[in-house]
Design a protein around this ligand. Structure first.
Ligand code: GTP
Ligand code: SPV
Ligand code: MN
Length: 598
């Protein structure tokens, strides 16, 4: 397939350099056509890398099974490589470019032997929009090429912009499994864990990823570019790159408002982005489910875009009951990774339906029978689906939208109420900075289930020093005022009584959204507590809700003795800033203690 000629000297030279370094068998420029996608998908099926799902049940869809060692983001192999360690800050793994580059160059040497190298120009955000940014990913993984085709806007139109001189982020990826003649290619080639690197060079706006083929480690437009590199660009250019969903809401009176929400990985962004509101007359539309780029425009309001063109969503737990819109989204043209396969060549995962099938092929490719102890899907099994498949997609999903409220949230079995509002924007920044959540399977970690602090749901994604990140939020807010800025809320769908969730979640979260939108209009529907404003239950929509009043009271309770422990834990956490703790956090923490009389 012949694409446009590469006229941009920087791109041309870089491609030549990588060819010489990695020695692929051949080079393919991604043109972004359906034909190219279909042909590559067919080839993947023919060579046994992918399984074509039943075309009658799931047209044009594939199943991939990854290597059991390569199933999620790997934070301990993720690096921010800046010349000075302090520029990466206390939350990132740091290696200097001087040390890291030679180490990785020796890995990249000949690493694409026996493989095809794909050159994928892509745009994060609508092609040509002022808020969008360009990248080019060079990869030896057909899986990555197919996924990038869905997740970003790829092809010749992007190349046109690059040929015209627009900047792009260089993203280099190799699975790290060169093929010598006669060697058999495994179904999911990757490198051993100690050879995996997901490296970022923000000073050069460059990404080098080696050894992993999975998700955020390999689809470099997503977490690597749109969060880590973009956050560092945004700091310099005065905008925000955040791990947030974007949702359009219409209340029963047809008032339209937009909100964003930052929840850590596998904590409910996709679900909220596709919510089916349980409240009568309410309508919700999807704009984005994982990443928001935001800036304050001339009218003083904060606007957001979704830089992505697809969903890379958590499959387990997705069902007609929990998220019917996601189920519709993945009916066709979808890539599934590490889900189980049914006897009629369709997909399966935990809680897909009430009744489990008698037999499946599990995510490792083994037989699974009903009653087996091991689950048949991987907890971080994912679907990759085009955003245009989403039945609730907002018509204006490609334009910047003004944000009325920002939600922070996470999985907290105790302490944090169902919802509370910050006293003002600065207090909201504090709420973002103290966010905590149970670790989920979205990251390869032995501490799944333990609560860790995850400021702004950005702990693994801030591409620079976290002190400067907090300061940057403050600086951005100074471009406007509290009247015009979004109001900030902290939500927790995951409060538990012993082992069961107190709150039904999903569609019922619309009750909380209603309360939030009322707050953005200044309605007196709250009770003031030392941590912020919580719902006055007499003014909270409880009609038809299956939760008892006692449980509701438990859900919005702010208990001083619990908060004494929480405050100690926050103080302890803030020690990581050492001498570099932003003033705003110190002041806010003192104010919180004063309000509690501690
Ligand atoms: P990433 O793609 O990793 O960034 O995750 P995400 O934040 O988009 O999370 P997602 O919406 O995929 O949800 C992850 C898991 O949380 C799924 O298993 C959901 O079923 C579950 N979940 C989402 N919303 C709720 C809720 O309101 N209540 C409860 N109890 N579970 C929820
Ligand atoms: C996350 O972990 O937050 C994800 C999945 O959205 S990944 O793309 O793998 O980062
Ligand atoms: Mn995410």
């Amino acid at each position: 397939m012949q694409s446009k000629i590469i006229e941009n000297q920087t791109l041309f030279t870089w491609i030549e350099e990588i060819k010489t370094l990695c020695r692929p068998n051949d080079v393919v420029i991604w043109t972004g056509t359906q034909k190219q996608y279909d042909e590559l998908a067919d080839e993947e099926v023919k060579t046994g890398k992918a399984i074509r799902l039943n075309p009658e049940k799931r047209p044009n869809s594939l199943l991939y099974r990854s290597d059991p060692s390569d199933v999620a983001r790997i934070e301990k192999r993720t690096f921010i490589s800046t010349s000075k360690e302090e520029n990466a800050g206390p939350t990132n793994n740091w290696i200097s470019p001087k040390d890291l580059k030679p180490r990785m160059l020796s890995l990249y040497k000949n690493s694409m032997k026996g493989r095809t190298m794909y050159v994928i120009p892509f745009s994060m955000g609508l092609i040509g929009l002022g808020m969008s940014r360009l990248g080019v990913e060079i990869t030896d993984s057909p899986y990555v090429a197919l996924n990038m085709h869905i997740m970003t806007r790829t092809g010749d139109k992007v190349l046109d912009l690059i040929n015209n001189g627009q900047d792009f982020v260089k993203c280099l990826h190799s699975v790290g499994y060169p093929l010598e003649p006669g060697m058999k290619d495994p179904v999911w080639p990757c490198a051993p864990i100690e050879e995996k690197y997901i490296s970022h060079f923000p000073e050069e706006r460059m990404i080098w990823s080696y050894g992993s083929g999975y998700g955020g480690n390999a689809l470099l437009g997503k977490k690597c570019l749109a969060l880590r590199i973009a956050s560092s660009m945004a700091e310099k250019e005065g905008w925000l790159a955040e791990h947030m969903l974007i949702l359009k809401l219409k209340d029963a009176n047809n008032n339209v408002k937009y909100i964003t929400g930052a929840f850590p990985s596998a904590c409910g962004k996709t679900n909220l982005a596709m919510i089916n509101p349980s409240l009568k007359g309410w309508k919700a539309e999807t704009i984005g489910d994982d990443i928001a780029w935001m800036e304050i425009k001339d009218d003083g309001k904060m606007y957001a875009i979704n830089p992505e063109a697809g969903f890379f969503g958590v499959a387990p737990g997705t069902s007609i009951r929990s998220n019917p819109n996601a189920m519709k989204t993945i009916e066709k043209n979808t890539i599934f990774t590490n889900v189980a396969l049914t006897d009629d060549n369709d997909v399966w995962w935990k809680d897909l339906k009430d009744e489990e099938p008698n037999h499946l092929i599990d995510w490792r490719g083994n037989d699974w029978n009903k009653g087996d102890i091991l689950r048949p899907d991987h907890p971080n099994a994912r679907f990759t689906a085009p955003i245009i498949n989403c039945p609730t997609l907002a018509k204006n999903y490609e334009s910047p939208v003004p944000i009325s409220a920002i939600l922070f949230g996470g999985r907290r079995p105790s302490t944090i109420p169902l919802v509370h509002q910050s006293f003002d924007f600065e207090h909201g920044i504090f709420l973002g900075s103290i966010m905590g959540s149970e670790i989920t399977a979205a990251v390869l970690d032995e501490n799944i289930g333990k609560v860790r602090r995850d400021p702004f749901a950005m702990l693994p994604f801030i591409g620079y020093n976290i002190s400067n990140y907090i300061q940057h939020w403050l600086d951005v807010s100074k471009k406007s005022n509290d009247e015009l800025l979004p109001k900030i809320f902290y939500v927790n769908w995951f409060r538990k009584d012993k082992d069961t969730f107190l709150w039904p979640g999903f569609g019922e979260n619309s009750r909380v959204l209603e309360w939030i939108l009322q707050r953005t209009e200044g309605k007196e529907n709250f009770i003031e507590t030392p941590i912020g404003l919580v719902p006055d239950l007499d003014k909270f929509n409880l009609e038809g809700l299956s939760v008892s009043r006692t449980k509701m009271e438990e859900l919005v309770k702010v208990d001083k003795s619990t908060w004494e422990i929480e405050i100690k834990s926050i103080e302890n956490y803030f020690r990581m800033y050492k001498n570099n703790i932003p003033h705003i956090l110190k002041n806010q923490l003192n104010n919180l203690k004063k309000r509690f009389d501690i």
